[in-house]
Design a protein around this ligand. Structure first.
Ligand code: GCW
Length: 685
């Protein structure tokens, strides 16, 4: 019965669940749809699931109520209200994209209502219902109201037109091949996957917009982008494009891209008009400007606000948005220069512009001040910006976290970021509350995740890395959800309801980030990776480079003093964090080496020295990785063979590479200090 595709459908795989048929048949025999044909697609989604997985073939009725029988009723609230008075009170319960799933009594019949104010809401409602059915949930008396807490829930693809993906670890792009836009069955399935986790925007191309990609906003590509957008819109998702700020020069033949030059603004306005002709549902632009060799307004002595607002104006009448990245720093630093601190750059660049951005401009901020390290403090722009829409940027793709060879579940880290209290307006000013619009009066906020997807058979290279994508969606819908719940749900949807499978994979996911952190660069140190590709240990790989990422280890101490006595980075935080981070005694130890320069013999709270702690963490990290592998081996026979083998293969490599990390880092510290491991374990002299 189950559906067969040449790739796996992750949490949306419609496996044979006819064991639940009897449980659900009474509910789903009849389905009534209100409205015109616009709900055909969500209806089809439901029908497909019922047929493929449950072997239930419902009778469909359009705009006719069925008397004397139970039925499912799907329709926008505006339609439902016409026939069912009581639903008027639903109005207040829903935001624009939320949905209600509720089973009620109408004239003695049990009716399962799926309703929402918008089309998107209906689609989300249908996918949510499918999730519940896949998990065998009791829906006899279901009563769900669910609203997304964040307005923007976006994926960023760093995909290039030739099909390559910057920092991609799961095959080639699903959007581009050989300078053409790809549209096939998989395109639609990707839209379905994203829609099922509530994502409502996708940037399809890399923020580094190179020569060929500049052309994406010309008619030769826009036609296809229009087709792509239709497919995604049907699932409630808007397409966005990354643009090159110097496009007026490259495409328009102008000799400037100065945002305050009238000709430039006129050119962009005409360009935007043209884009909307081809792509009426277009979402807007993502811009990496004045960052890592990408052009921007600084080239003309203008500010980021000048640049962003000029573009914002061009998009305004269409309801489009400019998403402007805050990842701006000096990438040509001299390592000898100890006054410049890259960690301070985003705040220094954007804090002075707070309040200067237009309403349809959103500043997109990486979670930490550096660059997606295994652990960083939360970017002080959160809580720093009070009058600017903001999107939290997370990296789902595992650039610095094991490149989808290592299992590194990121939900636990993201949750800590979302729960971080900035104290911007006193206690309770958590990042997630800022994003929800509860701290400052700004609603155009959200989350963006750099996609970990490619054309591999399982989309994400490592089968268990699908959990990161799923979790990104779940948390951007509801950042308050318990992470253990998200993990459990993902496992059940992906692997079924076997208790042991749930228990073991939960353990694997929930402990994996900590383990990875321990055997790589714990205590907030970061970096120490091989330059360029960023995989594997290299303690001084970035020590004498231009990228501003130094640990400055000598024979006595390691780390950068970012306190008020050092670079002053701690002063970018609100109290009490400013004081907590500033003081080596109160600084959370997991971030110790981010904020402080610490002598190797400094005693941590455990009573152990820094160096001994570093050795211990590395040995522990490998042991934990081995434990994670053991939990998988216990599942042999419980998981489909192919997936079992694929994951095992990666876990084997992970262990080997974790040992490499452990030994390289420990040896580096030993050679620097000459201090042996107290426990006499093997460290290579
Ligand atoms: O993490 C760094 C990556 C670059 C990336 C850049 C960015 C897309 O190494 O590959 O470029 O960040 O976020 O812009």
């Amino acid at each position: 019965m189950a559906e067969v595709k040449p790739y796996n459908m992750c949490w949306l795989e419609y496996t044979d669940l006819s064991k639940y048929k009897n449980k659900y048949i009474k509910v789903f025999e009849n389905v009534v749809v209100l409205g015109g044909n616009e709900l055909n697609l969500p209806l089809k989604e439901l029908k497909n699931f019922l047929t493929f997985s449950l072997n239930i073939k419902p009778k469909i009725f359009k705009n006719t109520l069925v008397k004397g029988r139970n039925y499912v009723l799907i329709g926008r609230l505006i339609e439902i209200k016409k026939i069912f008075k009581e639903s008027e009170r639903f109005e207040k319960l829903l935001n624009d994209e939320g949905f209600i799933i509720k089973r009620i009594d109408i004239d003695g019949n049990k009716v399962l209502i799926i309703t929402a104010k918008s089309y998107n809401g209906i689609v989300y409602g249908i996918f949510n219902l499918i999730e519940r059915l896949k998990r065998g949930e009791d829906i006899e008396n279901i009563d769900i109201v669910s609203n997304p807490s964040l307005r923007f829930r976006m994926l960023n693809h760093w995909d290039n037109l030739d099909g390559s993906i910057e920092r991609g670890y799961a095959g080639k792009s699903i959007f581009f091949r050989e300078n053409k836009i790809l549209i096939n069955e998989r395109t639609k399935d990707y839209a379905r996957l994203l829609s099922s986790i509530g994502v409502n925007g996708v940037v399809i191309n890399n923020v580094n917009v190179k020569k060929k990609e500049v052309e994406l906003i010309t008619p030769s590509y826009l036609k296809k982008i229009g087709e792509l957008s239709k497919i995604f819109s049907a699932y409630g998702i808007k397409i966005y494009l990354s643009i090159n700020f110097a496009s007026p020069i490259y495409l328009g033949g102008l000799n400037t891209a100065d945002p305050l030059d009238k000709r430039v603004a006129v050119w962009w306005k005409a360009k935007v008009d043209e884009i909307y002709e081809y792509v009426p549902d277009f979402g807007g632009f993502l811009v990496k400007a004045d960052s890592e060799f990408n052009p921007g307004p600084h080239m003309y002595g203008r500010t980021h606000a000048d640049g962003a607002n000029m573009l914002g104006e061009a998009l305004e009448s269409y309801g489009g948005f400019i998403i402007w990245r805050a990842f701006v720093y000096n990438c040509l630093q001299d390592w000898r220069d100890t006054n410049t601190d890259r960690a301070k750059a985003a705040y220094e660049n954007f804090k002075p512009l707070d309040g200067k951005f237009s309403e349809n401009v959103i500043v997109q901020i990486k979670y930490g001040p550096m660059d997606f390290q295994v652990r960083e403090p939360v970017n002080p722009l959160f809580g720093g910006l009070e009058h600017t829409n903001q999107i939290l940027e997370l990296q789902i793709t595992q650039e610095y976290t094991g490149q989808q060879i290592h299992l590194c579940y990121l939900g636990t880290l993201w949750k800590e970021v979302l729960d971080f209290d900035t104290y911007a307006k006193g206690e309770g000013s958590k990042v997630k509350e800022i994003l929800k619009g509860n701290v400052f009066d700004l609603k155009n906020n959200g989350m963006a995740g750099v996609s970990n997807v490619g054309d591999d058979i399982n989309w994400t290279g490592h089968d268990l890395a699908q959990a990161n994508l799923y979790t990104f969606g779940a948390l951007s819908w509801n950042p308050d959800e318990r992470i253990e719940e998200v993990v459990k749900r993902w496992i059940e949807l992906t692997f079924g309801d076997n208790e042991k499978v749930i228990k073991n994979i939960s353990y694997m996911l929930l402990s994996s980030h900590k383990a990875y952190e321990k055997y790589t660069t714990p205590l907030g140190l970061g970096w120490m990776v091989n330059p360029g590709h960023h995989y594997g240990p290299n303690p001084e790989g970035y020590e004498y480079s231009k990228w501003g990422t130094y640990h400055r280890a000598n024979y006595e101490a390691i780390g950068v003093d970012r306190s008020s006595r050092g670079t002053g980075y701690t002063l970018q935080y609100h109290s009490p964090w400013r004081e907590i981070y500033d003081n080596i005694e109160t600084c959370p130890e997991e971030l110790l080496l981010f904020f402080h320069r610490v002598p190797y013999n400094y005693k941590l709270k455990s009573g152990k020295t820094l160096i001994q702690t570093y050795y211990d963490l590395h040995f522990e990290g490998v042991e934990e990785a081995e434990e994670i592998r053991k939990k998988w081996i216990e599942l042999k026979g419980e998981i489909e063979d192919k997936i079992y083998e694929r994951v095992l293969n990666r876990l084997d490599i992970q262990i080997e590479h974790a040992k490499e990390w452990r030994d390289v880092i420990n040896t580096y510290f030993f050679r620097r200090t000459g201090i042996p491991d107290e426990k006499g374990r093997k460290i290579y002299p």
